[in-house]
Write a protein that binds this ligand. Sequence first.
Ligand code: FAD
Length: 386
Amino acid sequence: MRETADVVIIGSGIVGSSVAYHLAEQGCTNVLVLEREAHQGKGSTGKSMGGVRAQFSTSVNIEMSRYSIDFFSRFEEVVGHPADYRPHGYLFCATTQKHLDYLTANRERQRSLGVENVELVTREDIQKFVPQMRTDDLIGGTFCPTDGFVDPHSVMMGFMLNAREKGVRLWLDTMVIGIDVDDARIQGVHTSRGFVTTKVVVNAAGPWAKQIALLAGVALPVEPLRRQLVPTEAFDQLPQRFPMVIDMSTGFHFRREGKGILLAWNDPDETPGFKTEFDVSFVEKILTRAAGRVPCLAEASVNPRRAWAGLYEMTPDHHAIIGPSPEVEGLYFVNGFSGHGVMHSPASGRITADLILNGASDWIDARQLNIERFKTGKLLEETAVL
Ligand SMILES: Cc1cc2nc3c(=O)[nH]c(=O)nc-3n(C[C@H](O)[C@H](O)[C@H](O)COP(=O)(O)OP(=O)(O)OC[C@H]3O[C@@H](n4cnc5c(N)ncnc54)[C@H](O)[C@@H]3O)c2cc1C
């Protein structure tokens, strides 16, 4: 028997799961999600730091965060499963006037878009959050109390469980190996389990999105970029609860994770590619930045075997690509989150479902996220990338 579906979603990470949920919410339940792994969450979703923030610089990212954070705050009530949203805040710390001006301008934009709770903070305020931090060179910063963290695995599972309760099908252990296009229209998908007839394919393949697009003969500017995280062993010299703290002088940032501290830093020497091995030499690089800002972190012990690496899905302007392919009718992208795919999963699932079912979204102008911006030059440069 030939399998058919109204919509096939390739990839069951947090983004594919959100698209499935939002389609089912709007009554579209003849949906098949294809996942090559035996379990969900083996891609970027399972490696994420789980940070959510509205403190962005572009209107579209601020709007997507606003929608998504509100969604996370009601997730259990709406989806019926927990998201473990913890509004512990994000605290950006500036050491230069240029950075402070940047934060101040971002705050104005955030407030104009309804994110009214971003506060300008002084060095003294910052010291109260984390008294152990070296603050002599800080000149101020911004803090948003509704920024914070979610559990990406719970969110992904919640979206998918809810969608499946409504009739969406999930095929694990199923690799997509080809996409049939005829007369510039989607006809179906070849998988390791056979052919699926469909007129609509959603590319939700995370860092592998470019390869999936190529199966349909379409070029998609999404590149994988390694990102490494280092957890410390139990560490009680910092408060039990404090925000995600970002040291803008180096890009180093950290938050509490259970009994230890989770350390993050974007290595500027990293180059694109499917590199998922953790590089042990990264530990020294990050601990140098950590001890420079929080001297007592020099005493934290780190087991490199507990550290990990995953892949960001980068686009040239650090914004997601969401919407239909102009070249192949029925092919939709929801890709290239450039480090923000967990926090923007509710908004991107909603936008994608709106576009598939209604041709437009009624809460945001989704055209600005279309792939065509790379041809027309209407790029959306986001500079607040962590
Ligand atoms: C270390 C790290 C920290 C991060 N921190 C944050 C953060 O704090 N906040 C935040 O918002 N974002 C963060 N991100 C980014 C975020 O994790 C990603 O943007 C998000 O998980 C992307 O979700 P996805 O569903 O698109 O991709 P994925 O989770 O990668 O899912 C894609 C799925 O597609 C499947 N697939 C691929 N090819 C095929 C095929 N041919 N056939 C079938 N299935 C296929 C894969 O197996 C995979 O399961 C972080 C990422 C990393 C690596």
